[in-house]
Ligand binder design. Structure first.
Ligand code: ZN
Length: 301
């Protein structure tokens, strides 16, 4: 097996993790976590989402976080849904936004009456506004590894979405297993096919541990040459389609994998463990993180 020497992690706990929590953390609590994550060496942090506070009340203070984190050494990004999101990004100093579309035709047609590729084409206004505002823009495709509505997604459907993003000049693309249905052989095959066909794309992988496959899927994606991964402190998060399911892959679990396999992340393992412990204190319930449960096992950093 061959693995990259180095990977890049994005901490998504402040967005994907906290938006699944019943009680919202306060802005100072979020800032404490965000600053700790950046200090630990996390190169990319998804601070929150710039969407309607009615839809996602836990993320209503994302603008404040960006204003306070202004000159951070990390790349700070926000999830957005439309041009309003770009406008808010511009106003609060956010320099990187991410759009999302579901790879499920059935889901997209039922909710938006558009195919996923048509939805992406509708992001043209966002892409233009971002460009004018000097804001970097990336795109995410959720459920390319399977959706609860149609099961497996034809790879050609995923290609159509990738090409729709590329047509807008968006060449940083995330494959997001939000439904937690991916398995390693499939991850390897899809990642390899995508890398070969679209070598200019900067790929991100986003795995949930809904069915316990998360870390195995990271390993399979790395073997296929992928080097950018989202993870969440303490494994916070959930599966929008499986109530009570496990969340995102835990940042500290990914750090353990990398530490033991000699893959550099630039993130301080002990600091990340302390952050995960602090997160569980703040949310007031135990975490899904294996490393928080079992510890590092005497591993020295
Ligand atoms: Zn997610």
């Amino acid at each position: 097996m061959t693995f990259p020497d180095k990977i890049t992690l994005c901490e998504v706990g402040l967005r994907d993790g906290l938006q699944n929590e019943k009680t919202s953390l306060t802005t100072p609590q979020k800032l404490e976590l965000a600053e700790a994550v950046v200090t630990a060496g996390m190169p990319v942090v998804e601070l929150g989402s710039l969407m309607s506070p009615k839809a996602v009340p836990q993320m209503a203070d994302t603008d404040e976080l960006f204003k306070s984190m202004g000159n951070s050494p990390a790349e700070l990004r926000a999830l957005i849904a439309n041009k309003k999101g770009v406008d808010r990004a511009f106003a609060c100093g956010c320099k990187k936004v991410k759009l999302n579309v579901s790879a499920s035709k059935a889901h997209n047609l039922a909710n938006l009456n558009k195919t996923p590729a048509e939805s992406v084409a509708g992001f043209a206004e966002c892409a233009q506004a971002a460009k004018e505002g000097n804001i970097e823009i990336s795109g995410s495709i959720s459920m390319p590894f399977g959706s609860p509505w149609e099961g497996e997604i034809p790879l050609n459907d995923v290609r159509e979405i990738v090409e729709a993003y590329l047509a807008l000049g968006i060449d940083e693309i995330s494959l997001s297993d939000a439904s937690g249905m991916a398995v390693p052989s499939q991850v390897f095959n899809i990642c390899e096919a995508m890398r070969k066909q679209y070598p200019g794309v900067r790929w991100w992988l986003h795995f949930h541990n809904t069915r316990g496959m998360g870390i195995a899927n990271v390993t399979a994606a790395m073997e296929a040459g992928m080097t950018r991964f989202d993870s969440s402190f303490a494994g916070l998060g959930g599966c929008p389609f499986v109530p009570g399911a496990a969340g995102n892959i835990a940042t500290e679990d990914v750090l353990y994998l990398c530490e033991r396999m000699g893959i550099q992340t630039g993130v301080d393992f002990d600091a990340a463990m302390a952050i995960a412990a602090r997160v569980t204190e703040m949310v007031g319930h135990p975490a899904e993180s294996c490393l928080l449960k079992a510890g590092k096992g005497g591993l020295k950093q």
